[in-house]
Design a protein around this ligand. Sequence first.
Ligand SMILES: COc1cc(/C=C/C(=O)SCCNC(=O)CCNC(=O)[C@H](O)C(C)(C)COP(=O)(O)OP(=O)(O)OC[C@H]2O[C@@H](n3cnc4c(N)ncnc43)[C@H](O)[C@@H]2OP(=O)(O)O)ccc1O
Ligand SMILES: O=C(O)CCC(=O)C(=O)O
Ligand SMILES: [Fe+2]
Length: 359
Amino acid sequence: MAPTLADPFHDSSALREFVINQGNGVKGLSELGLTALPKQYIQPLEERTCMSNVVPQETIPIIDMSNWEDPRVSKSICDAASKWGFFQIVNHDVPIQVLENVKDATYKFFGLPAEVKNKYSKDHSSSNNVRFGTSFTPQAEKALEWKDYLSLFYVSEEQASALWPSICRDQVLDYMKKSEIVIKQLLKVLMKGLNVNEIDDTKESLLMGSMRTNLNYYPKCPNPELTVGVGRHSDVSTLTILLQDEIGGLFVRENEGDNWIHVPPIKGSLVINVGDALQIMSNGRYRSVEHRVVANGSNNRISVPIFVNPRPADMIGPLPELIASGEKPIYKQVLYSDYVKHFFRKAHDGKKTVGFAEL
Ligand SMILES: COc1cc(/C=C/C(=O)SCCNC(=O)CCNC(=O)[C@H](O)C(C)(C)COP(=O)(O)OP(=O)(O)OC[C@H]2O[C@@H](n3cnc4c(N)ncnc43)[C@H](O)[C@@H]2OP(=O)(O)O)ccc1O
Ligand SMILES: O=C(O)CCC(=O)C(=O)O
Ligand SMILES: [Fe+2]
């Protein structure tokens, strides 16, 4: 069949060549001015966000961090991590300018020509620690996701200087560095909520021994109602610190039901969520909750999550303090890099990754 403007990528190998192999991403597709979504991005009905399942009056907690050691603030953090798995923080210690700089740097990186960004793709990057990509796991997905990303795994300043794209390196490093204070505050409070009152070096390394920052770019989409920006998933991190811009589009699942809650952008705030590693280490007391991002028909959107993780070589399982206090473990000990590889090798599938660690 001859290509048409509505669907010039009827042939899937032509689409993969343009989007994945040449590094144009969905940003490149969006900029072609397509009038219809290529069929490879059409999600099954059950994966699209249906507005009748969105609860407009509900909201995740918004927590003021200026008095984070106040027992009432600590309680609201622990309650939010148990009940919602998600909350927003305001009046934290990360300067607004640092957040603005990393958003600008994200636009600058994605504004580079495809052939420059493509130097960081899975096939061309000189290291697994830097990866430019699109969708999530295109090789495993039945329907692709409408998102491009740059993923930066932090090892050292020296490695970042040598390997990370210079157009965003310093801004990402600054964002990570300045976020460390609030990450430590949150972990201290959350551990205290489990009666783990001392975070020694070993425990600190287990909770936050590695960090990965992703720059996510969701370009304007024809037929946004047919696809997703990011499909339903929980993060595999201990905690995720997410900076989103003013566009909106992140939805969180309410408890176990089929209702979804929008996370409204609040200027200067950071969205915090519990990841699978903390759900496992807390023996299920804190919950990693499914979330998804819708595509947008009018605007481009960016977000910048910092995934705070154990180290790849760590064994993770319910914390010994919880088991010593008589709790029955519901998870086994697993090697964290095995857990992450399991997550990355399949398409987004809600909360299924956690099954890998269940007893
Ligand atoms: C991208 O869209 C996303 C991402 C997310 C992410 C949510 C998170 O919570 S990220 C936090 C992940 N944790 C860590 O990175 C810390 C620990 N790191 C590790 O354990 C390792 O670095 C590793 C990630 C397991 C990679 O180890 P390595 O030995 O190099 O293993 P490989 O065989 O190369 O990779 C395994 C498998 O994963 C794919 N992959 C690797 N890195 C990424 C990446 N940054 N993004 C996407 N996929 C990645 C790699 O291609 C391999 O798959 P194959 O099929 O090729 O075998 C949430 C939501 C999103 O939409
Ligand atoms: O873009 C967002 O708001 C969320 C992205 C996300 O869930 C992720 O990258 O894991
Ligand atoms: Fe996520």
